[in-house]
Design a protein around this ligand. Structure first.
Ligand code: NIG
Ligand code: FE
Length: 386
């Protein structure tokens, strides 16, 4: 394929502060962009755009980088809408429902899991996601976790091993044996994953147990991420910092000390407002984290228990409305922030050399993504490898 010029863009967010208005979102009005060989080859004002082999007219639409959804549990069977209804009536989330999804997932065929997860990925994509991270964690036995890791690899290179999601019923009386299994044979069979994650929280794994699993992941060459402080503050943020996790995720309940330490670190905080929405939990303040200098990502956390959400624009709208982010901050966090959480520099922005993953909106300004929640505003998704 030759070069392609996308011109007559009403508002372009590049996330490259060297381009356009100099803000973190690198805004250019009346913009154009040239794609060559799947990469951004030129970006700037339409009036100065070079020629290309093909020309596309955006007709004044806004264009943003493709969303980077850096936290999902896409591969599972069944659903738990009854738990959602119970929570809306006052029940609390405690992680107990994970066992139901484990039972359904263990019983499902490869074909069923593949079809279901592809549908969810198609929904994410239709809403503008171009990079996705996918976790295992709903099998919790050696062969099953290896199967989920293999299925996740069919969707993305950003595959995370989450054998330490909860302790399965058959190990209830011997947690230590389960942690050893995860850190040993299960990890070995899931070595092809890129990341290790642990649900380190009340009702899941303790800081000591999580440390053992993260160390084993690191020894296997995995980079690390952590589910922390979703249900309670048991000291998981300190562990994430000690282990130099790329990202610490949820962070619903944070102490002032956690916030300060995160601000002094390079660990990204990934906020998952779909989970607060669906568990009726208090939304953490993104403002407080931004003021402390923390780098934020926003992701869907798509899973059947706490956030059956496949829309990044819904996540952006929640972050703006409920977490104190500006629209620009939320859009940056849902794109470049997600890329930072995955330690990727080739996605999440549209600077020269980036992958040409972008979304043409059915709107003249990117702010419409938060301003018109529930509307389908994605006109076209361009993805470098399609
Ligand atoms: O990110 N917190 C742990 N894991 C998922 C929920 C899992 C479930 O309830 O099925 C989450 O919220
Ligand atoms: Fe999660």
């Amino acid at each position: 394929m030759g070069s392609r010029l996308l011109t007559n863009i009403g508002e372009l967010l590049t996330n490259d502060p060297d381009v356009g208005d100099g803000s973190p979102v690198g805004r250019v009005r009346d913009a154009a962009l040239v794609v060559d060989d799947g990469r951004v080859a030129w970006v700037g004002p339409a009036a100065r755009a070079p020629d290309a082999d093909e020309r596309h007219d955006a007709q004044g639409a806004a264009v943003v980088p493709g969303f980077v959804d850096s936290h999902t549990h896409l591969i599972f069977a069944g659903e738990r809408s009854d738990e959602f209804e119970a929570r809306m009536a006052g029940e609390r989330y405690d992680g107990g429902g994970i066992a139901r999804t484990v039972a359904a997932t263990r019983a499902a065929s490869d074909e069923h899991l593949r079809a279901q997860s592809r549908r969810r990925w198609a929904q994410l994509r239709a809403g503008g996601v171009t990079t996705v991270e996918v976790k295992s964690g709903y099998a919790l036995d050696v062969a099953g976790e290896a199967r989920l890791v293999a299925l996740a690899h069919e969707l993305t290179e950003e595959v995370t091993f989450l054998g330490a999601h909860v302790v399965p019923a058959e190990f209830a009386s011997d947690r230590e044996a389960y942690v050893s299994l995860v850190a040993g044979e299960m990890m070995e069979r899931c070595a092809g994953a890129k990341w290790t994650d642990v649900f380190c929280d009340r009702g899941a794994f303790s800081v000591e147990e999580a440390r053992e699993v993260l160390r084993a992941g690191r020894a296997r060459g995995h980079a690390l991420r952590l589910h922390a402080n979703q249900i309670a503050d048991i000291g998981a943020v300190d562990l994430a910092l000690e282990m130099e996790c790329a990202s610490v995720d949820h962070c619903t309940h944070l102490s002032d000390r956690d916030v300060e330490r995160l601000g002094d670190s390079s660990t990204v905080v990934t906020l998952l407002p779909g989970a607060e929405f669906s568990t009726r939990a208090p939304y953490p303040s993104a403002r407080r984290l931004l003021e402390a200098g923390v780098t934020l990502a926003l992701a869907t956390d798509c899973n059947p228990g706490t956030s059956y959400v496949t829309s990044m624009s819904f996540v952006v709208a929640l972050a703006v409305r409920e977490m104190g982010m500006s629209v620009d901050e939320a859009l940056w966090s849902a794109t470049r922030g997600g890329a930072r959480a995955l330690r990727r520099d080739d996605v999440g922005h549209l600077g020269v050399g980036a992958r040409a993953d972008l979304v043409v909106l059915d709107a003249p300004r990117a702010a419409h993504l938060a301003y018109r929640p529930g509307s389908s505003l994605v006109r076209e998704v361009w993805c470098a490898d399609e």
